[in-house]
Design a protein around this ligand. Structure first.
Ligand code: SME
Length: 160
């Protein structure tokens, strides 16, 4: 199946999941499961969420699918994860070995995308995806991952 149709299909599945899932926690688990299963190049999929009330701010590992990572807590001044959360911007890294910010999770990882999750306009966490393939995340992937982050942000807003 061409990658664009696959992405469209997965986007609809995420929309259905968001409708059917009552809590943000379950939705985050479901999104990780779905993206990991359906997208060939998404080899590690997980959420990092800002720990409430922690100063200086700290990202804590939430729902994820893939191998266990040594990075269960990441301060905002570290890693690609820290950079995405502190800037509020999507970061795509085509070759992690060339990015000095990169914190290694698996030796197999070649590229990464991190998309912030917003709740009421503020960064609440992020969706992080690693790939064993170089430059795995194109514009359409970026849109799909941003959509996933958006539905989770909306679900979190409802529970606040
Ligand atoms: N690579 C991330 C760390 C998280 S692991 O990929 C799961 C980073 O550079 O922030």
């Amino acid at each position: 199946m061409p990658v664009i149709s696959r992405i469209e299909e997965v986007r609809s599945e995420v929309a259905e999941l968001a409708q059917a899932t009552p809590t943000a926690r379950e939705l985050m688990q479901g999104v990780c499961q779905l993206l990991h299963e359906r997208m060939l190049k998404y080899n590690w999929v997980g959420f990092y969420m800002l720990e409430p009330g922690v100063k200086p701010p700290m990202l804590g590992l939430g729902a994820f699918k893939g191998a266990m990572t040594p990075h269960t807590r990441i301060p905002l001044n570290q890693g690609i994860c820290g950079a995405a959360a502190s800037s509020g911007k999507t970061i795509v890294v085509d070759d992690v070995s060339k990015d000095p910010r990169y914190l290694a999770c698996s030796l197999e990882t070649k590229s990464e995308i991190v998309v912030p999750v917003f709740v009421k306009g503020e960064v609440a966490g992020e969706l992080d995806i690693d790939s064993h393939f170089p430059a795995a995340f194109g514009t359409e992937d970026e849109k799909l991952v941003q959509y996933c982050a958006e539905v989770v942000g909306k679900k979190l807003e409802k529970s606040h």
